[in-house]
Structure formats: structure tokens, C-alpha cells
Ligand binder design. Structure first.
Ligand code: ATP
Ligand code: MG
Length: 430
């Protein structure tokens, strides 16, 4: 993508409306813009990161045997009357259509998925089943704030699991638990799971995944031993569970922490939530399956959410420095930023055009800073945006057909040929 053909409205000063670093940097880097409290446009850079985050989630969910579909944003209120949840209170946005029917903009999709399930699945033979979507939600939050962290309109991955028995459900639950670690790790985040309140959605078994960050909205307490367990290469779900049980005997970390030397006191950003609610929706909505004894019984369900747009904020909280964002490569809007430091110089322009064309052919994400801004401003922009490597082209480099490659994270600089750059940055070698 060429900067001259995109919409990247950089802000030099700190915007007054942003009180936390991720919000500030995402506004300054021209990734997002607010239209109304908690309602944002994703500008081209923000959208690219959002899509990369969503793709990581898809890859891991599909690998875990889940299957993607897409449900509507607008839902008939009748489904909510049937489930007995009512209108979900004041957080729900309602609209009346031309036939005077009340619709709601989905804050979550348990009712719709349960409706789909009951219309098509009748037997235990079709189970286990895990269906998910990545879809916009609307919740009329009392205090939308912190940019994408607490929006009113936000993107969520919501998976719904269906099981014939507690045992089958437990396998699904544990698989989601382990999958969540893989998802968050692939985007450079360290998460800690917490036993959670089942809240409005209800149920028995529930865990929240929190990213530790000073600006997090939740106060969290966790056993120091969990840090090692949750950073291990292979996540051992049973070991983490055992540690929690041991910790629970000493104190209840979620409810009443007894501060002692092994307990870390911190703040967290909730990026994911998994829970089991058994037949809470399937019983009232009559989503019945024939079990192995030929008896009709309500299917056992779980729901597993991830705050996809909130993750952008969480990743920036974890990866930034005084110059701007430092994206992990896997979610960076572009892998490379091409900086022509003498735009208008025929040899620089020609060399940059050649590099740009070759990288695009090789399918390597590159943002070409091709405007006539000063070199210093271009570097500052690339650093603020957080592109992991800059390719810097000066007249000398153009004459030598060489490329100066600068790493955003370390500042290390290397001279490379175009062939070497292509080889180094092919997706398969990253
Ligand atoms: P919170 O306690 O933060 O309001 P929640 O318990 O209401 O979250 P869930 O219903 O479990 O959230 O939704 C699944 C995920 O969606 C959450 O783990 C969170 O990451 C994300 N999420 C929830 N509300 C918002 C919001 N207003 N803005 C952005 N992301 C959100
Ligand atoms: Mg909430």
C-alpha cells in the first residue's frame, strides 16, 4: 500500500480524549476514529491489524475442530422472550421495524445459535459440535472508554459448543481453554486464566483470560507459580488446574485474596471468557437431542468469547515504547515500511518502485512512504505506526542497489540486497 493512496491521518500531539497509552497511540497512528461514544471506524491500518488478529483466531479455532458461520447482527426479540433472558436490560439496543416488530442488535448470540441448532440437530450422533463466528456486537455500555477496549459496537469471536454429556462437554471446554493460550500467544500476549463469575449469562463453570497490564479494568491476584505454567511452550491444562485448586485451599483468588509472598497483585484486561451453562438456553428453547437411550434431552452448551477489537488495545498496551507502537510481526499492519528519503530523486524513486513491485509480487506486506514529506517525518510515522522493519532508501543506496533494513524493536541496522530482503521476509521465513 502507498501512503499517498491511503488514509492514515497521523496526529502529532497527544489527543486530549485518550487517557491510556493504547487509545492514544491508535488515534495518533491513524488506526481508528470515534464517531459517537464507543463507536469507531477502523481506518485502513486498524482494519489490517483487526483482520490479522481475526485470522489467527480462525486458524486456531479451525485447528481445534470448530467450524465458522456468521449469524445476523439484528435478532428478533421473540427469541429472547423464549429463552427467558428478556431484553438483556439497558445494555441492549432495540429497534422497531416497519411491521412494528422489535429487533435487537445482538449483544451476544446464544439465542440465535440455539435456534439454529434445534432446527437442524436431533441426535447425539451429531455431537460434539463447536460453531463460531466473528461478528460485531452492540452493548450500550454505561461507560464506553479506553478506545476499542470498552466500545459499544465491538468485534467478538463467539463460539458455542454442544455436547451430549458432562464428559463430552469437559473435553470441549478444556480444548477451548488450551486453544485460547495458543491464540493469545500467537499475537504476543501473555494471559492468565481466572475462575470467573458466571454473571448475566449464567452457568457453572467459567474462566476469564486476562492480559496483565497496568491500565486493565480488573483488579487481579494470581499465584506466582502460574506465570511459569502459563508461559510454558506446551500448556498443561491439568497442571494449571491443579495449581488453582492448591491456591484455592489457601485463599480464593477471585473473591477474597489473602496477600502473601506468592501472590502477585496486578491489573488485567479481559480478552477472553469461556463458560459452560448446561441447558440454560436449550431447555427453555427446546433444543433437544435424542441421547444414547433414545430419550430426548436438552443439549449441553457452552459459550466461548474473545474480544477481537479489544485485543488491538491489549496488544498495544503490551507492545509500545516512547516512539509509538511496536507490533508483534504476526499482527503488524505491514511487515515492512519502505521509506524513500529523497522522494522526487529519479534514482531513489526508481529503486523504491522496483523494491515495492517485487515485494508485492512476493506477497510481502509493505507500506511505501511515497509522499514528499521530510525524511525525519517519514521515520517518525513508521515508528509511531510500529512497522516491524523499515527499508530505507537514500541516493547512495539507490546507486548501490542496496537496502538499509532497520528493526523497529531493537534499532539494529543491516544492509541487504533486494533478493536477500525477499528471502528474509517471505511469510514462510518469519
Ligand atoms: P466485561 O466484563 O469486560 O464487560 P463481559 O463479561 O461482559 O466483559 P463477555 O460477555 O464474556 O464479556 O464477552 C466476551 C469478550 O468480549 C470479553 O471477554 C471481552 O474481551 C469482550 N468484550 C466484552 N464487552 C466488550 C466491550 N464493551 N468492548 C470491547 N470488548 C468487549
Ligand atoms: Mg460486559
Amino acid at each position: 500500500m502507498r501512503v499517498s493512496q491511503s488514509l492514515i491521518p497521523i496526529i502529532k500531539e497527544n489527543p486530549a480524549e485518550a487517557s491510556i497509552v493504547s487509545h492514544r497511540l491508535m488515534l495518533r497512528a491513524g488506526m481508528i476514529r470515534q464517531h459517537s461514544a464507543g463507536i469507531y471506524s477502523m481506518l485502513p491500518l486498524g482494519l489490517r491489524v483487526l483482520n490479522k488478529v481475526a485470522d489467527i483466531i480462525r486458524r486456531e479455532m479451525n485447528a481445534a475442530g470448530a467450524c465458522e458461520l456468521l449469524m445476523p447482527t439484528m435478532q428478533p426479540i421473540e427469541l429472547w422472550e423464549e429463552s427467558g433472558r428478556g431484553g438483556y436490560g439497558t445494555e441492549t439496543l432495540k429497534a422497531v421495524d416497519r411491521h412494528e416488530r422489535t429487533m435487537i442488535y445482538g449483544p451476544t448470540h446464544e439465542e440465535v445459535i440455539t435456534d439454529l441448532f434445534r432446527r437442524h440437530i436431533k441426535s447425539y450422533k451429531s455431537l460434539p459440535l463447536n460453531l463460531y463466528q466473528i461478528q460485531w456486537k452492540f452493548r450500550d455500555e454505561i461507560r464506553p472508554r479506553f478506545g476499542l477496549m470498552r466500545g459499544r459496537e465491538f468485534l467478538m469471536k463467539d463460539a458455542y459448543t454442544f455436547a451430549e454429556s458432562e464428559e463430552q462437554h469437559q473435553v470441549q471446554y478444556d480444548r477451548m481453554y488450551a486453544t485460547y493460550f495458543r491464540i493469545f500467544r500467537a499475537m504476543g500476549l501473555k494471559v492468565i486464566p481466572f475462575k470467573a463469575d458466571t454473571g448475566l449469562i449464567g452457568g457453572d463453570q467459567s474462566h476469564e483470560f486476562q492480559v496483565v497490564a497496568e491500565t486493565g479494568e480488573s483488579a487481579i491476584f494470581y499465584d506466582r507459580a502460574l506465570e511459569a505454567l502459563t508461559s510454558a511452550d506446551e500448556i498443561d491444562v491439568a497442571a494449571i488446574r491443579a495449581r488453582y485448586s492448591a491456591a484455592d485451599e489457601k485463599h480464593d483468588p477471585a473473591i477474597c485474596p489473602v496477600v502473601h509472598e506468592d501472590l502477585v497483585q496486578a491489573r488485567g484486561i479481559e480478552v477472553g471468557h469461556i463458560f459452560y451453562f448446561d441447558d440454560k438456553y436449550s431447555a427453555p428453547m427446546k433444543a433437544l437431542i435424542k441421547n444414547r437411550d433414545g430419550v430426548d434431552m436438552p443439549v449441553k452448551m457452552g459459550a466461548h468469547g474473545i474480544g477481537v477489537s479489544r485485543l488491538l488495545g491489549a496488544i498495544v498496551e503490551a507492545h509500545h515504547d516512547e516512539k509509538g507502537i511496536v507490533w508483534p510481526v504476526s499482527v503488524a499492519p505491514f511487515t515492512l515500511g519502505l521509506v524513500n528519503i529523497r522522494q522526487g530523486d529519479a534514482s531513489c524513486d526508481a529503486w523504491c518502485d522496483e523494491i515495492y513491485a517485487r515485494l508485492n509480487r512476493a506477497n510481502i506486506d509493505v507500506l511505501y512512504h511515497d509522499t514528499d514529506e521530510r525524511a525525519g517525518a517519514k521515520f517518525a510515522t513508521m515508528e509511531l505506526i510500529g512497522v516491524p522493519w523499515q527499508l530505507i532508501i537514500s541516493p547512495t543506496h539507490a546507486a548501490d542497489k542496496m537496502i538499509e533494513v532497520k528493526c523497529r524493536r531493537t534499532g539494529a541496522v543491516e544492509m541487504m540486497s533486494l533478493d536477500a530482503v525477499v528471502e528474509r521476509f517471505l511469510v514462510s521465513s518469519l
